[in-house]
Design a protein around this ligand. Sequence first.
Ligand code: FAD
Ligand code: NAI
Length: 328
Amino acid sequence: MSKAPIAIIGTGIAGLSAARTLHEAGQAVHLFDKSRGSGGRMASKRSDAGSLDLGAQYFTTRDRRFSETVRQWQTQGWVDQWSPNLFQASEGQLRPSADEQLRWVGAPTMSAITRGLLGELPVTFNCRITEVFRGERFWTLVDANGASHGPFSQVVIAAPAPQAAALLSAAPKLAAVAASVAMEPTWAVALGFATPLDTTLEACFVQDDALDWVARNRSKPGRDGDFDTWVLHGTSHWSRQHVDLPKEAVTERLLGAFAELIDCVVPAPEFTVAHRWLYARPAQGHEWNALADGGLGLYACGDWCLSGRVEGAWLSGQEAARRLLENL
Ligand code: FAD
Ligand code: NAI
């Protein structure tokens, strides 16, 4: 085993899926993330209104390995089932839309999953990697402040495709694949009401002009707090069209669409927060699993290599780790 650790850029679910598997196989890893904490698009935001899921809302499992893993996470107390009173909107009309789908959320916050996976693994947060280059034997990473990190024996890049492409220049073929992936933005708005809204609705597939999805954040397990919190997502189309709209205007537009949709009076919220996800989801799914240049020791993974869902990101991380271990 090489003494130099493996660098993993990104502490979203893909990076941590790879990190855990490599660690369990006896490899030393070191993670980096430009954010203050782990989770990426699965992170929860702490706010005056409690914990908010501004990104991933829930996840489903179709793959057997992922299902088994999620059951283990349940045993560890990191996840719980969420069975909202579900609706669907059609031409502005709300219809109950109950189904049998098992939906999972991190508990008591979405971040509980990546925090649990991270455990005691070494990590450097607030560190945006801008360059990844290989010397004669080892890799060095350079961050946005010009500081160097290394040496590393291998590098796994677990960032959204456009950000990964910029870091893959040592392997131009992989960089070209990542650069070919278009990712769509999503505007997310959270609202907090001092008095609970007078509705039984807890989630709704809207998929209309502006609104894609609406969820009563507080209906998820463990999301207590003084406010009745809601999360609204804009559709990809609307979010792309309004990508540079100021946050106040986005909040006003999505709140207006929500008030029109929902079957109760919506007072002015006491609390609002808007967040723009520039790289929310790949415009289409792929079947790459992960990208690898085993000779160089450079790998890339993330939801964009598969389905653009939490499950796809986790599976992609598994595949990157598998390919890396195979090449040792
Ligand atoms: P990310 O979570 O994006 O992780 C990448 C990490 O890399 C980030 O933490 C980032 O900070 C870091 N990073 C990037 N560049 C650098 C750099 N240069 N240096 C250091 N660090 C860097 N999926 C579902 O299954 N169900 C849903 O309901 C759902 N809803 C969603 C709603 C929204 C609004 C969004 C945005 C996504 C949603 N998704 C959903 C998709 C799901 O969140 C993603 O598929 C999954 O979380 C992606 O994980 P990842 O690890 O591939 O990437
Ligand atoms: P899922 O199986 O619950 O939903 C998949 C899709 O099926 C939904 O988007 C919806 O169109 C439809 N659907 C499912 N149940 C329905 C019901 N009871 N009534 C009406 N329509 C229903 O979950 P899956 O496949 O795990 O997808 C995850 C969710 O994450 C999807 O809703 C997807 O749109 C969303 N997502 C959002 C992103 C964003 O950027 N806003 C990024 C990635 C995923």
